[in-house]
Design a protein around this ligand. Structure first.
Ligand code: R5P
Length: 294
């Protein structure tokens, strides 16, 4: 197996390769004055190899996506036996259907392009809607980084008997996975999204958080608005320390500031999206699934 750490996930790709004791092939990337990418492989002996490309598609997602398409297509040209795309953060996954008449179906288009370029298998982490990804006739493995996040809190001793919350009822499995590690009980913060404005409102339901340390888990923190509101809500309900945990810390604009100003002790994220809060690595779970597929 050969690992190609893509430009958007070099460190994670190298970590995965170290765990698998696999060879890596680096790519040289430069940009032309007009913004187009030039990519060259530092070696190209892919003939009959299982090739794994690790490339997140967090913002700037269009750059990461086009780099991924170019790399996959070339690896196929160079004779790879199979091409697995490890896409820790899967861009456009939130547009997982046509919510309103006339809308595009973005996630379908992205998968179609990946397949056409030569991807045989996708590995992703806490994709927004893995069930939809699986409908496009390509093997998809969606892993959960929630246990790793929960283990981090436990190992670092940041919280005592922490209560785990997910953002919304649909994501309750996240809180339950965290509770399997933290054992302090779990529930969800009720959320409602306006389909037209995208604005999220939180239900005013009472949660058993008084005098408790609380960790709020979400798949994505983008603008930080949803997490900031949830932190404020549990603080107002009497929680002691509140942490914001997420798999994909996109942290657009002043997201971090917003969440901290509303009372969070800190934000903890994973290297699915490299950022200054990405202290938990998903390399072990990705290496494990790749090892299983060897
Ligand atoms: C929504 O479906 C996701 O799980 C996140 O709650 C959402 O993407 C967070 O967005 P923002 O940080 O912009 O409020």
């Amino acid at each position: 197996m050969i690992i190609v750490p893509g430009p958007a996930s070099r460190e994670l790709g190298e970590r995965i390769a170290r765990q698998l004791d696999a060879r890596t092939v680096d790519v040289f990337v430069k940009r032309f004055p007009d913004g187009e990418y030039y990519i060259r492989f530092k070696a190209r002996d892919f003939q009959s190899e299982e090739v794994v490309i690790v490339q997140t598609t967090a913002p700037p997602q269009h750059d990461s996506l086009i780099q991924l398409f170019l790399i996959v297509d070339a690896v196929e040209d160079f004779g790879a036996k199979s091409v697995t795309a490890v896409i820790p953060y899967f861009a456009y996954a939130r547009q997982d259907k046509r919510f309103l008449n006339g809308e595009v179906f973005s996630v379908k288009t992205v998968v179609k392009l990946l397949k056409n370029c030569g991807v045989n298998r996708i590995v992703t982490v806490n994709a927004h809607n893995p069930k939809v990804l699986e409908t496009f006739n390509i093997p998809v493995e969606d892993l959960s980084a929630i246990p790793l996040l929960a283990q981090y809190f436990k190992k670092e001793g940041l919280v005592k008997d922490a209560f785990s919350l997910s953002m919304g009822k649909k994501a309750l499995t996240m809180a339950s996975e965290a509770n399997n590690v933290l054992k302090g009980g779990f529930d969800y913060v009720p959320t409602q999204r306006d389909r037209i404005t995208g604005k999220v409102t939180l239900g005013g339901r009472e949660l058993p958080v008084e005098n408790r340390d609380v960790i709020i888990f979400d798949d994505i923190i983008s603008s930080g608005g949803t997490m900031a509101k949830a932190v404020r809500m549990v603080k107002e309900q009497g929680a002691k320390k509140v942490y914001a945990a997420c798999v994909h810390p996109l942290l657009v604009g002043n997201a971090e500031e917003k969440i901290l100003e509303n009372g969070a002790e800190a934000i903890v994220g994973t290297d699915c999206v490299p950022s200054k809060v990405s202290v938990v690595s998903v390399a072990p779970i990705i290496a494990e699934v790749l090892r299983g597929g060897e």
